[in-house]
Write a protein that binds this ligand. Structure first.
Ligand SMILES: [Zn+2]
Ligand SMILES: [Zn+2]
Length: 308
């Protein structure tokens, strides 16, 4: 996925320091941590690794992600991981989709009385419900794709005006808003969740702790009852280092497999690329070690999109 032209991290790096001084003493520790995490996301401040293509020896440097729940860049990967984990938990049984939408004063009463407001079998099966939920469970205050432009005086971004929706089609009108950087950051930080706040909770068989044991046992019992073969054992034949290599994007030059050859810590630079010149795109250019004699250079792309 190409990097958006403007990211929340760019705005924080450009205006975060001024915002901190303007609002000194009025920002919570949680808000300050969110700002620092997003500013450092995918930079040398968090360390990273160097991967090399097994075939053409192309080198790629990737920096670690902050994994902060408010970082729009990290939450896309977090949503995909969450969806994959939930799909792995699904059992071969019918499911019901239960939704609660209640005014806050009634929420406590409904919780204690187990009030079911809405329940029905999901249209597309439980996997479709999970995919639907994953689009909302890891949303952040604003997605990078909605950011339009930034300068010293304003941040422009797209927003959906639901009140101006087309009554016939329901189509929502997209508008552009312009705010001062200070006001933009103030509004963003209003969405920082308090420490310990859980957006997602798992109950019963899906609760943490006994979950893995119970689900395996349940699958075996269901398979036995259906006179079917028990679930196949997890025939994981991967080599010990394969999870790291198979998770890497393919080589952009030849499509070969990339393998991590170096890791570097927070605030450090990779030794593999030390002292090498940068080109106009921020890529490191070297002239040695290229296996193809006809190639003049080997480029090390400073990609930041790989997420641990
Ligand atoms: Zn991040
Ligand atoms: Zn390659």
């Amino acid at each position: 996925m190409p990097r958006p032209a403007l990211e929340l991290a760019d705005i924080l790096r450009a205006h975060g320091e001024a915002f901190r001084s303007t609002h000194a003493g009025h920002l919570s520790l949680g808000q300050l941590k969110v700002m620092s995490a997003i500013e450092a996301c995918r930079t040398a401040a968090l360390g990273g690794h160097v991967a090399r293509c097994d075939d053409c020896r192309h080198l790629a440097v990737s920096y670690n992600s902050c994994r902060n729940r408010h970082c729009p860049k990290c939450q896309g990967a977090a949503a995909r991981d969450w969806l994959a984990e939930r799909e792995a938990d699904l059992l071969p049984v019918p499911y019901f989709h239960v939704a609660f939408t209640l005014p806050a004063p009634l929420a406590a009463i409904a919780f204690h009385n187990k009030t079911v407001v809405y329940a029905k079998p999901p249209f597309g099966g439980p996997a479709a419900v999970l995919a639907y939920l994953a689009r909302y469970t890891h949303r952040t205050a604003i997605a990078n794709s909605r950011l339009v432009a930034m300068d010293d005086h304003a941040v422009r971004f797209r927003w959906k005006d639901y009140r101006a929706a087309d009554p016939a089609t329901g189509a929502v009108r997209l508008k552009t808003m312009s705010l001062s950087p200070d006001e933009f950051l103030r509004r963003f930080l209003l969405h920082v969740l308090p420490p310990g706040f859980h957006r997602i909770r798992h109950y019963g068989l899906l609760a943490k702790g006994p979950r893995a044991i119970d689900l395996d046992r349940l699958r075996a019992l269901i398979a036995k009852q259906a006179n079917d073969q028990p679930a196949a054992p997890d025939d994981d034949e991967r080599e010990p280092d394969e999870p790291e290599t198979t998770a890497l994007p393919a080589c952009p030059c030849c499509g070969g497999r990339m393998r991590i050859i170096e890791r570097f810590g927070c605030g450090r630079s990779p030794c593999t690329a030390a002292g090498l010149p940068l080109d106009d795109c921020g890529a490191v250019v070297i002239t040695a070690g290229c296996p193809d004699p006809s190639a003049a250079t080997v480029q090390i792309s400073l990609r930041r999109r790989f997420c641990f």
